[in-house]
Write a protein that binds this ligand. Structure first.
Ligand code: PGA
Ligand code: ZN
Length: 496
């Protein structure tokens, strides 16, 4: 006998994310039962059903076929709930986040996506076996039928995909990380913790989007989290002392107006020291430049509006002419790479995400040649959690890690496929939140399930960020003695 977890109902609603914008939340209700034949997945239905039992029978008679002792949970209902995050510095190649484009919520309503869940997706999934996640996701993909999920919305498909996994785990009485990862799920991720925000996530003059700290030398996740939180508080004190703003950006990091990356990094190093830790040993630094946001197509260069403002007192409009370089801080691809090399020599930087824009494959190749054997180079907008783009990157030897954001692709199985492809090819995978988040903590479970070793989920500030860290604390406790916490790149020691 094996267990079947039938989908009884699928229901979505519009809720708010951490920026006050609407997003999709889905609930999937399942019923536990038994399968006579064991092998549960033929096109998403179990073999007994394929042999003649109709899907409408799900729920009325949870046990299908002749079986021995009844499964003790047969006939019980369980539910899984999941909500979808949303980006601000969204990559051009991401799956489509369906927005209503009507007057309510300034066009950002998601009623169409909600309706898609409550009608076509619900209809396609009723009676299916929730244990067959890949089949469920295939149905979601095929029901949409487009390359980038533009018909139903990746927000619609992802809400259901995640809620199905949660419902299945609930019906099996398993922690989600264990359901998703099995017995090998045991590696706690090192936080890549954002403590200072810039770019599209704040209104300050910091041009790089994220400055993050990684407590690589801690002996557990819990201790790593403590170290980061202590550094965060010290950074706040330093900013207060210097009369700088301690207001926070979208991901909870402070957002003072500082004049360039060096000034930010100096503050971070000072905060690490003030907290009693050694930069480069206890704490290493990671950056997310989000360079696609800085790139000016007409000029073919990267424009730094914050640095420009710090120099001239205003953010100048960039014109597509070469003389703008005189008045604005602009950098070519080569100058960007040179800047990173310089920063890596001066500060203990071990990881740079989206150092160049999403279409600059030649530049990325050059960047990888120059820095790829020294630091981690993460493709976020470059790869968009998409195996097609990742395989191109692997073939062209660009970057050496992928940022994984489930809503960039729209189903759990596709995100897991990207992680698997990365790992098989010696690329690291960093599991990530979005700048617009909810209280959903699934990325914490995913990070442990796939032994990613790194998670990027914001500052120790605001519940939408902290909830993921708190979930990881629970998981570490659950794993007890078998949990592992390791420096993801001990061989790539940053310099101080
Ligand atoms: P986003 O930012 O969620 O606004 O895209 C996060 C990131 O760029 O990593
Ligand atoms: Zn990014």
């Amino acid at each position: 006998m094996s267990v079947t977890i039938r989908i009884m109902d699928v229901h979505a609603r519009e809720i708010l994310d951490s920026r006050g914008n609407p997003t999709v939340e889905a609930e999937v209700t399942v019923i536990a039962g038994e399968s006579a034949f064991g092998g549960p997945c033929i096109n998403g239905r179990n073999m007994a059903e394929a042999a003649g039992n109709h899907k409408e029978s799900a729920g009325k008679e949870a046990c299908i076929g002749p079986v021995g002792a009844p499964y003790p949970l047969s006939g019980k209902l369980y539910a899984g709930r999941a909500s979808v995050p949303s980006g601000a510095s969204t990559g051009r190649f991401e799956a489509v986040e369906l927005r209503d484009k009507e007057s309510r919520y300034q066009g950002k309503g998601v009623q169409k996506a909600v309706k898609n869940v409550n009608t076509v997706l619900r209809e396609a999934l009723l009676g299916r076996n929730a244990l067959c996640q890949e089949e469920i996701d295939k149905i979601l993909i095929e029901t949409d039928g487009t390359e980038n999920k533009e018909k139903l919305g990746a927000n619609a498909t992802l809400s259901v995909s995640m809620a199905v996994a949660r419902a299945a785990a609930a019906a099996l009485h398993m922690p989600l990380f264990r359901y998703l990862g099995g017995i090998s799920a045991r590696r706690m991720p090192v936080p890549m913790m954002n403590i200072l925000n810039g770019g599209k996530h704040a209104d300050n003059t910091v041009d790089f989007q994220e400055f993050m700290i990684m407590p690589v030398a801690a002996d557990s996740f819990r201790e790593g989290l403590r170290i980061c939180a202590e550094v965060y508080q010290k950074l706040k004190q330093l900013l207060v002392k210097d009369g700088l703003s301690t207001g926070v950006g979208d991901e909870g990091g402070f957002a003072p107006s500082l004049k360039n990356p060096e000034e930010v990094l100096d503050y971070i190093v000072k905060a690490v020291l003030a907290a009693g830790y050694v930069p480069g040993k206890d704490i290493k630094i990671a950056l997310d430049v989000a360079a696609s946001e800085l790139y000016q197509e007409d000029a073919g260069m990267y424009y730094f509006p914050g640095e420009t403002k710090a120099l001239h007192g205003s953010k100048k409009e960039v014109l597509a002419s070469s003389d703008t370089k005189e008045s604005c801080v602009m950098r070519s691809t080569d100058e960007m790479i040179a800047l990173y090399e310089e920063l890596c020599q001066k500060y203990p930087i071990v990881s740079i995400e989206d150092g160049l824009h999403e279409d600059d494959w030649d530049g990325w190749k050059k960047l990888t040649e120059r820095l790829g054997d020294k630091i981690q180079l993460v493709g976020d907008d470059l790869f968009v959690t998409n195996t097609g783009r990742l395989s191109a990157g692997i073939r062209l030897h660009t970057a050496n890690a992928i940022l994984v954001k489930v809503n960039q692709i729209g189903t759990l199985s596709e995100a897991f496929a990207a992680i698997e492809m990365a790992h098989k090819n010696g690329y690291r995978a960093v599991i990530s939140h979005r700048s617009g988040e909810t209280e959903d903590t699934i990325i914490a479970d995913i990070a442990v399930a796939v032994n990613a070793g790194q998670i990027k989920t914001g500052a120790p500030c605001r519940t939408d960020r902290v909830s993921k860290y708190n979930q990881l604390l629970r998981i570490e406790e659950e794993l007890e003695r078998v949990s592992r916490y390791e420096d993801p790149f001990p061989e790539k020691a940053g310099t101080v």
